[in-house]
Design a binder for this molecule. Structure first.
Ligand code: C5P
Length: 222
């Protein structure tokens, strides 16, 4: 199979990163978690106490920040400068601020360029919100991965419980619905299915079944 560029977009909690990791492992592709990059930027904003309405401070951070992804077999390590933030970017605090940060054009411009540079050799799977529409409009395969709010919230609730977290199902469902709303209604690069993307609804599919469906589509394109 030739080395494809694969774009997986979709709403929060649809399992994009889990399925992208499974696929990348199966076909030995590089997995690029673009959400992790927006989260890393958000982590730095919070760490420095930057007010998002302070355009100069945001621009300075855009100009100086060094975000690196180190993809490994089943984990994508994330660094801001020398600091590893792989775990720190998954906190509720970062989750609740990331959509506002990701709505800033100046931030998107910088991260999109980085993502395009990382993807240019092919053999990559990128997941995010605007991969098929903005980052890689020429991607060989575009998937729009989605599932009902209820099934996305149920899955995340089970994950949270397994880790001993205390968030309720209702809180998780409300947070997913709020992020969907912000991500789809922002002015810059809203979450939107590319015209040529294939919709995969995995409300009733598990991870391996979802990966099988996408792998089948990759084989057709390869
Ligand atoms: O994928 P994940 O849920 O970790 O992404 C976190 C947030 O980053 C999303 O809710 C969205 O606001 C933003 N994002 C984005 N564009 C991308 C990837 C993520 O705006 N390509």
């Amino acid at each position: 199979m030739r080395k494809l560029t694969v774009a997986i977009d979709g709403p929060a909690g649809a399992g994009k990163s889990s399925v992208a990791k499974v696929l990348a492992n199966r076909v030995h592709y590089l997995y690029i978690d673009t959400g992790a990059m927006y989260r890393a930027f958000t982590w730095a904003v919070l760490e420095k106490g930057i007010d998002l309405s302070d355009e100069k401070a945001v621009r300075d951070l855009v100009d100086t920040i060094d975000i690196r992804l180190e993809p490994q077999a089943d984990l994508c390590r994330v660094y801001v400068g020398p600091t590893e933030v792989t775990e720190a970017i998954r906190t509720q605090r970062v989750s609740s601020h990331v959509s506002a940060v990701a709505a800033l054009a100046v931030v998107r411009e910088k991260l999109v360029k980085l993502q395009q540079a990382m993807a240019k050799e092919g053999g990559v799977i990128l997941d995010g919100r605007d991969i098929g529409t903005v980052v890689l409009p020429q991607a060989d395969l575009k998937i729009f991965l989605t599932a009902s709010v209820d099934s996305r919230a149920r899955r995340r609730y089970l994950e949270v419980q397994a880790k001993g977290g205390s968030e309720t199902y209702e809180e998780i469902a409300a947070s997913i619905a709020a992020r969907d709303d912000m991500d789809s209604h922002r002015t810059v690069s809203p979450l939107k299915k590319a015209d040529d993307a294939i919709v995969v609804d995995n409300s009733d599919l598990d991870l391996e079944q979802t990966a099988d469906v996408i792998l089948g589509l990759m084989k057709e394109r390869g």
